[in-house]
Design a protein around this ligand. Structure first.
Ligand code: SF4
Length: 329
């Protein structure tokens, strides 16, 4: 994939956010900068608790106490305008950005769907809020979107509670894609499903993504998912982005010791040796270690790693890493 600056859909610059709990500040997103490009599938990887879901919430603007954005900017580039998301009020975000330009697919469908309302009424409500098409057209579009995700049109008359987890998640995805957004944020969209259903659903989501050309940010702790479904990956550790690169290059030659550990622990075809997982756990973000946050778990840690935070270095166009091992001189 060729990265061209004028094809940036979202520019995240130096964003810092976290949770204020009493007098403690949990530093969940620490000075994150990223560019997302039109039409790509960008994977956010890392263990649970590394800040991936919080970053997604901050991008979407779904910031409710105790979550707080401290600083940084988020610029969304649509075909016609340049929106400074960090300057918009909640009301402006809802009116101008959510659903039209940017949508969010959460982990659990039931946090979005009302179990006592039929599927078709969820869609009618959405169309009432964001467009003025008549009921017959709503029905036609709804069945078309549901069929694109492998659901029969009979589902439209069901209540969410009568459907399986996979069917409900497909409905949430269909709702999220209703108004052809340019940026879709999917937070572990299949984690509550069995492995076979996960794979089928991700394949369907990716097929629709290719057809419509929106940018998809896919959060997953599963590196296998990233290896199969993403174009580029950003690896997060303890609230920081530690490596970004194309999926192919990252899997062929991971740079950061944390990325190496994540990829190295995956089983390989024909290799019967026991793969070693990463020992230890991510740090407490209310009191992260000084220097490189990964140093207590890193087999390559040096003195400087314990004292000073490593800079983010661009190794080649689009390939960045935050690790002292790559600092020359
Ligand atoms: S900066 Fe040091 S501790 Fe951190 S990942 Fe690199 S080598 Fe390991």
């Amino acid at each position: 994939m060729i990265l061209v600056d004028n094809e940036v859909v979202l520019h995240i610059d130096n964003v810092k956010a976290g949770y204020v709990v009493g007098r403690r500040f949990i530093d969940a997103v620490s000075s994150v900068s990223l560019k997302l490009f039109y039409g790509e599938v960008f994977g956010l990887a890392g263990e649970s608790g590394c800040g991936k879901s919080t970053l997604l919430k901050v991008i979407y603007g779904y910031i409710e106490p105790p979550l707080k954005r401290i600083e940084g900017s988020l610029i969304l580039r649509t075909k016609n305008e340049r929106l400074s998301l960090h300057e918009l009020s909640d009301d402006e975000l809802k009116r101008r950005v959510w659903w039209r330009y940017m949508t969010w697919i959460p982990q659990g469908a039931m946090s979005v769907l009302n179990p006592t309302i039929r599927v078709r009424d969820h869609f009618i409500e959405m169309f009432k809020l964001y467009s003025n098409i008549d009921k017959r057209e709503v029905y036609r579009l709804t069945t078309e979107y549901l069929e694109a995700l492998g659901l029969s049109k009979e589902v439209i008359d069901a209540y969410p509670i009568q459907l399986s987890g996979g069917m409900r998640q497909r409905i949430v995805i269909a709702l999220a894609l209703l108004f052809n957004p340019i940026l879709v944020l999917a937070d572990e969209p299949t984690s509550a499903l069995d492995v076979v259903t996960q794979k089928i659903l991700l394949e369907q989501l990716l097929k629709v993504q290719k057809e419509r050309g929106f940018t998809l940010v896919l959060v997953s702790h599963d590196m296998d998912v990233h290896g199969v479904f993403t174009d580029r990956i950003g690896v997060m550790y303890a609230g920081k982005i530690v490596e970004v690169g194309s999926t192919d290059k990252m899997f062929a030659e991971p740079l950061h010791p944390y990325t190496k550990a994540l990829i190295g622990s995956l089983p390989r075809l024909g290799d019967k040796s026991i793969r070693k997982g990463l020992s230890g756990a991510p740090p407490d973000l209310a009191d992260p270690p000084p220097g490189c946050r990964f140093h207590p778990r890193c087999p390559y840690a040096m003195d400087i790693c314990r004292r000073e935070e490593p800079p983010i270095i661009e190794i080649e166009k689009g390939r960045i890493v935050g690790c002292w091992l790559y600092v020359k001189g």
